[in-house]
Write a protein that binds this ligand. Structure first.
Ligand code: ADE
Ligand code: ZN
Length: 333
């Protein structure tokens, strides 16, 4: 991929996952937050960065999530949320992203006493700035945390419902620990979204087998699958994904860093291209996994040696699978 040729869309990036070491330490200082001193991890930007860059920094998803949630303690004011999102949008602009659909985890902040309105206002103003100054259109997607009881997700759905109905938030997602928290637990909140015609996606098949992808489709009525790495283990599901045109948002460096695959060539890139499964390539949590979208494109290219036609197919699917309107899609194609 060449940065002058491809107009990218991204659909799988957690704004909280853009908390790069420099911003983490700057916000800790600004807000007078003490980062845990127990394990020596947060001694300095340099030592923390060095830890994150290790191939063995995380042995699985939960090991990563533990650090991800710890870091969030520095996010407190509307300006903090704005600054966080701008880390993403500035790099996305450099990587030629023209449209981004970005996740955030309201429950990870309201549980610490930050108001929902503070979070949303900070992220929304960043989206506006990204549009005016960087030419990036964007959509916000609120995710529910699987490890938190479903009743809390429903409560947050009702808090956000006016914003979901007026389009300030484009849709809902489901993230956090996959093992032990099956999609079925969240049928209630997804049924509300379906009834409200609110867009729906969910993380599935990141660490767990393809059956969670099937349940996400059948029980949550999702329109996209986030990760979907394990889909090819079920050939009937693989052909169903192609038949129903459901897009998978792959995150190569994420799967590598969280030990889901030993090398990038184990990802189903060629399998999806051959089976006609639509997918995009995304960065997930770039502050933790060693790169933004273009870095992910590059490792895929190194592993699969794709042709220009393959890339055209990937980029086209990524535009068509976006949740922007037809007019915007035509300007991206
Ligand atoms: N939250 C942030 N990143 C995540 C990931 N890769 N999987 C599940 N939950 C997440
Ligand atoms: Zn994710």
């Amino acid at each position: 991929p060449h940065r002058d040729i491809w107009y990218n869309c991204e659909q799988h990036v957690h704004l909280e996952g853009c908390l790069v070491p420099e911003l983490l330490f700057a916000l800790a200082l600004r807000n007078n937050v003490n980062l845990p001193s127990t394990d020596g991890l947060y001694t300095s930007v340099a030592s923390y960065s060095a830890y994150l860059s290790r191939n063995d920094a995380f042995q699985d998803l939960d090991a990563f999530l533990s650090l991800y949630y710890t870091g969030l303690s520095v996010l407190q004011t509307q300006q903090d949320y704005h600054d966080l999102a701008m880390v993403y949008f500035r790099q996305a602009a450099q990587d030629n992203v023209r449209h981004a659909e970005v996740f955030f985890d309201p429950q990870a902040h309201t549980s610490r006493g930050v108001a929902y309105e503070t979070i949303l206002a900070g992220f929304k103003s960043a989206c506006t700035e990204a549009q005016t100054h960087l030419g990036i259109s964007s959509k916000l997607i609120m995710c529910f945390l699987r490890h938190v009881p479903a009743a809390d997700a429903i409560e947050h759905y009702y808090t956000a419902r006016p914003d979901l109905l007026n389009g300030s938030i484009a849709g809902i997602g489901l993230d956090s620990s996959e093992k032990g928290y099956p999609p079925e637990l969240f049928q209630g909140v997804y049924a509300l979204a379906l009834k409200d015609e609110v867009r729906r996606t969910a993380h599935a098949g990141e660490e767990v087998g393809p059956h969670v992808v099937v349940s996400s489709l059948d029980k949550l009525h999702v329109e996209r699958i986030d990760h979907g790495r394990t889909i090819p283990q079920d050939l009937e599901l693989l052909s169903r994904m192609a038949r129903e045109g459901i897009m998978v948002t792959l995150c190569p460096l994420s799967n590598l860093k969280l030990q889901g695959v030993k090398s990038i060539d184990q990802l189903p890139v060629r399998v999806f291209l051959d089976a006609g499964v639509k997918f995009s390539i995304n960065c997930d949590d770039p502050a933790y996994f060693g790169g933004f979208i273009l870095d992910n494109y590059c490792v895929v290219q190194e592993a699969f040696n794709l042709t220009a036609e393959d890339w055209r197919q990937i980029c086209k699917a990524s535009i068509e699978g976006s949740w922007c309107d037809g007019t915007r899609k035509r300007t991206l194609l």
